[in-house]
Design a protein around this ligand. Sequence first.
Ligand code: NAD
Length: 510
Amino acid sequence: MTATSSDLQTCERVKMLVGGRWETGGSPRLGPVYNPSTGRVLAAVPFCTADEVDRAVQAAAEALPAWAETPVVERARVMFRFRDRIAAHAEELAALVTREHGKTLAEARASVQRGIEMVEFACGVPSLIMGQSLANIARNVDCETIRHPVGVCAGITPFNFPVMVPLWMFPVAIACGNTFVLKPSEKVPLSAVRLGELLMDSGLPEGVFNLVHGDRETVDALLTHPLVRAVSFVGSTDVARHVYETGTRNGKRVQAAGGAKNHLIVMPDADLDQAVGAVQLSAFGCAGERCMAGSVAMPVGRVADDLVERLARVAGSMKVGPTDGGAEVDMGPVITREHLDRVAGYLDIGAREGADVVLDGRATVLPDRDGGFLIGPSVLDRVEPGMQVAREEIFGPVLSVIRVDDLDAALAVGRGCPYGNGASIFTRSGWAARQFKQHFNAGMIGINVGVPAPMAWFPFTGWNGSFFGDLHIQGIESIHFYTQQKMTMTRWFESPRESHHDPVWKTGKG
Ligand code: NAD
């Protein structure tokens, strides 16, 4: 059931944070936050007006000078406390992620852990932010670089990782001395509120972190605000492009991670038990709602029949159901009713395009089918590279299988793909793995690993339509994104009192 605006008026409103004060805002525009396991509305999220966004940015700008001047070790200590608070509340956060997103509790726990690692990375800021120096670069001339914060930064995040993706952004930005305005997905704003509370409890000064909610209007208000200096975005490709183009046109530095279509190549010599398990987890983990989900399997040569038969069997035996309350299921719901219909629609599209629907998730036996946004795993075989189901991001539990004759044919499919986030190969051959690593057209490569999502210390290196910008999220590139360098060249001259033969620094006599 879709919530009406009068239903929403009676719901609890999600809070925003401006200049250290939590408020519900005055926006007349509200959106529903669903529990995807039950289809019921958990809360109403206010879509902030441009004035409210302006207040949040102004608060961040006012807090900036003092925070940027705060010694880096003190900023790091706030992050250490924040890390401990998230760890102490990890179970609560995971339950919240499950409630508003729908992924299983095990998946939610893993995503919170990945977020904690990002804060641990930010705790290392004193070493990470150091500049370089070179004495005597010319005679009596020394040169050094130091890293300054860029100013007020904004972060715009997607629905699929309500804790982890916001933690990709603001801990590093804040540790580097910037102030921040976060705009989480309007579908999952509750986890972001809880993160904000834990951050403020960690001793962060008021105004350094601010939280606003909303949709395109809110995002555009941030993208065009003259005081916002840098924008981090994660979401779908069309929106990533819009954010990149609008942000850069308005003079901001932008990193915008987009959608994906990730390929899993299974060579004839692969350990098939291992490959089947990894492809299953990659395609159907988090109900396929991962930018690193393996959504296209490419069996090479004779392995195809066996692989498809085994994948259909294991996927068909997955237990699908509501996840809220920690239910023991293998796969939970997708995010909304509209998204469920969209995912189901791709099964019709695939069938019309000539694919074999060997497993139809619409036929999966589901408990509580009327309430939650549930659909089982699907496998489409004999998909051709030009089909919509091969090229478009479905972002649900649908695996397309493109059969290829050899590795070169698999590489050619990769070259024709408009995205370029991740790809994996399953093989026992070092040569095949090396060819794949060198030549596949994607930024993150897995070898006998289904989801090659990098950990906090390495950048999230999407290519093509999966990333717009220069400096990626995570790792040292994120430190570079959230800082600007200053180079100082110094030359001192001998004063008349300091003779060349008897310099004051040598004798100690002034
Ligand atoms: P989305 O693009 O719909 O929304 C992302 C954010 O942009 C949200 O905060 C939303 O409010 C805002 N937004 C939506 N439409 C907008 C518009 N027209 N103008 C300005 N802002 C707008 O994405 P989603 O559905 O929340 O998340 C799923 C997408 O995110 C998938 O495509 C997935 O691949 C991608 N994703 C990518 C990565 C990555 O690292 N590349 C990681 C996670 C998710």
